[in-house]
Design a protein around this ligand. Structure first.
Ligand code: FMN
Length: 327
């Protein structure tokens, strides 16, 4: 089977899909470059997009870039290539987080069927209905994470309470930390930069009962600014984890996260993320032993899943702003 032409519009389609990925506070911390000789897309971390206080070691940058790599792979397969990813391919270039070679597709290779979901996936920070997710769907989501080298577990009622408690504690600390609060506030509804950060409409309401630790991006907590609504009393949470905690594990966790989110979207399930506890080492460590009957792992993300309203689209930087020359 011959590969499609790798011309400028094709590259633009691939990169546009990659940048539709989620990222911490919608910072979009990535840059792309095509090496035409080897038909390889290189993805670098964008140092100027890092959040120094919220993400001091860059773990969330790796997770976000991992999400973009997954989208790029999905788009490449959709358009007829066989994507061949490599993580941290160049030890002497630490900012080069991944490459994806666009190889000739194997005859009849199935595409993942997730491409449409790349465009329909949005964080939904609204209350979900109490309808539980079918167990076969939970198994399918866990399998998606497993395919990417991560583990997805669904804590029971007691452990869910522990996760919510840790997230609530992290949320309070984030708001009390002047530097982190300023970083977050700068990226919400910023009139200066319409293609970065979160539009006010994406922020969503806060839980009237103060149980669900929805992120208060503006760090203001004024009911007149953030309306209060009642959230589901028994949320479905999923813990995404890896067996090690190296940079490659963070990139794998990002790909697993996006694979899970795209599959959920395809199945009509909404999601929002609780990353607050991941931003405080002691609170993150407290989640590593959950569920208490499982092996000790490194938690990379807490995902809230359910049925509810679709979240609004958030802005993205135009492709030409994130692509380096000679593409
Ligand atoms: C590493 C990471 C951490 C995130 N943390 C949170 C979070 O704590 N709370 C939240 O509501 N969204 C969180 N998000 C979601 C981003 O805010 C969201 O992806 C971004 O604003 C773009 O919006 P979209 O997901 O609707 O495309 C996180 C995303 C990533 C990749």
């Amino acid at each position: 089977m011959s590969s499609p032409t790798l011309d400028a519009p094709a590259v633009e389609r691939l990169v546009a899909a990659a940048v539709a990925a989620p990222s911490l506070h919608n910072t979009q911390p990535w840059r792309f470059r095509l090496d035409t000789d080897t038909r390889t897309v290189r993805i670098d971390a964008a140092a100027d997009r890092a959040l120094r206080h919220t993400d001091p070691v860059g773990r969330a940058v790796h997770l976000s870039v991992g999400c973009a790599v997954l989208n790029l792979r999905v788009a490449a397969a959709h358009f007829g290539w066989e994507p061949v990813p490599r993580l941290l391919p160049c030890p002497d270039r630490p900012a080069l987080l991944a490459t994806v070679r666009l190889a000739e597709a194997v005859r009849g290779a199935p595409s993942t069927g997730l491409y449409e979901a790349v465009w329909r996936r949005h964080s939904s920070r609204f209350p979900f209905s109490g309808r539980p997710l079918p167990t076969d769907l939970l198994a399918e989501l866990a399998e998606a994470a497993h395919l990417e080298g991560a583990t997805l577990r669904f804590p029971g009622r007691k452990d869910t309470e522990r996760v919510l408690r840790a997230t609530r504690e992290a949320e309070w600390r984030n708001r009390a930390d002047a530097d982190r609060a300023a970083e977050s506030r700068r990226l919400v509804g910023s009139p200066h930069s319409r293609s970065l950060g979160l539009p006010s409409a994406a922020v969503g309401p806060q839980d009237a009962l103060d149980r669900m630790p929805m992120r208060d991006f503006g760090a203001h907590r004024h009911p007149e600014v953030l309306p209060a609504r009642t959230f589901e009393t028994r949320p479905t949470l999923a813990l995404l984890s890896t067996t090690h905690d190296r940079r490659t594990d963070w990139l794998r966790a990002g790909q697993a996260l996006e694979h899970v989110l795209l599959l959920a979207t395809r199945r009509g399930v909404r999601a929002s993320l609780f990353h607050q506890a991941m931003e405080w080492p002691d609170l993150r460590r407290a989640l590593d032993g959950l569920p208490t009957d499982g092996p000790r792992v490194y938690t990379q993300m807490v995902i809230r899943l359910g049925y509810g309203p679709e979240g609004p689209a958030s802005p993205r930087r135009p492709v030409e702003e994130v692509v380096d020359a000679d593409v």
